[in-house]
Design a protein around this ligand. Sequence first.
Ligand SMILES: [Zn+2]
Length: 304
Amino acid sequence: MKKVISIFFFSCFLFNAFAGIAEKKTFTPLDLKKETVDTIPFVIDNDELEDFSDSLVSLPSSDLYCDFDTVNTHYAKFNINELKDSVKEIALYDKNSCGYVHPFMGKVTSDFGPRKRRYHYGTDIDLETGDAIGSAFDGRVRIAKKSKTYGNVVVVRHSNGLETYYAHLSKINVEIGQEVFAGQIVGLGGNTGHSHGSHLHFEIRYLGQPINPTEIISFTEHKLICDTLSLSKKTFDYVYEAKKAAAKNFASSKNRNGKKVYSVKKGDTLSSIARRYRTTPKVLCKKNGLKINSNLRLGQKLKV
Ligand SMILES: [Zn+2]
């Protein structure tokens, strides 16, 4: 049975009115009531949806994104320096939408920020496997797949250019290309991918760049704290912090003699480590006094 999906032009139309980079001084909020909105829907079927490039006009923020990539989880990050000193005002939802619905009302167990010498690009919310996870805003599903790190993950693109991520799900309830509304169940919470214990990893990105969700959401009151996100270079100050954390991580991966050491992780083999460091299993064996069929222990330090 062919599934029929209704597409509304007006989200793209409205977004155009919000999207331009404007100096904060000159930004004039749009009065939605004064806008004439064309709400005549048209329909496309699954065959047409297979080639998204042909239907860009119907996809959210098609004026900002040059594609609707349904394979790669992340969109290439935009250059923050392009923002210069401007402030881009992004309306979080339009008045004709379903607004905001908190994805899951649970306790935050990990915030956006540096974590164990790595950077955590989302907010973790505690849950029980099987708890229902809702889309934060209206949008269209760009990614619905199993990823090594995110586990079962859903990415929804919204008409204002933001994308929201729902990771480590035990089950995905939506399909690529599907239109979803705020609060609609996108999947069930779980513990898939790189995850220790059931939780939701919730992430917000704009043109590939992660944004701290607490810039716009109160995770204690489960609601938005503002109607508009002011995007400026300051929003991405954390990038320098993340780079510092990465440099520190790299430095600490060297031993006192300045030689690099690698700590063996789950699933590693001599071949996979050798590939990572562009060497051969034989060379690794020689450096570490191992035999080619030696078993590796988790946490074992190898000279690389
Ligand atoms: Zn997380």
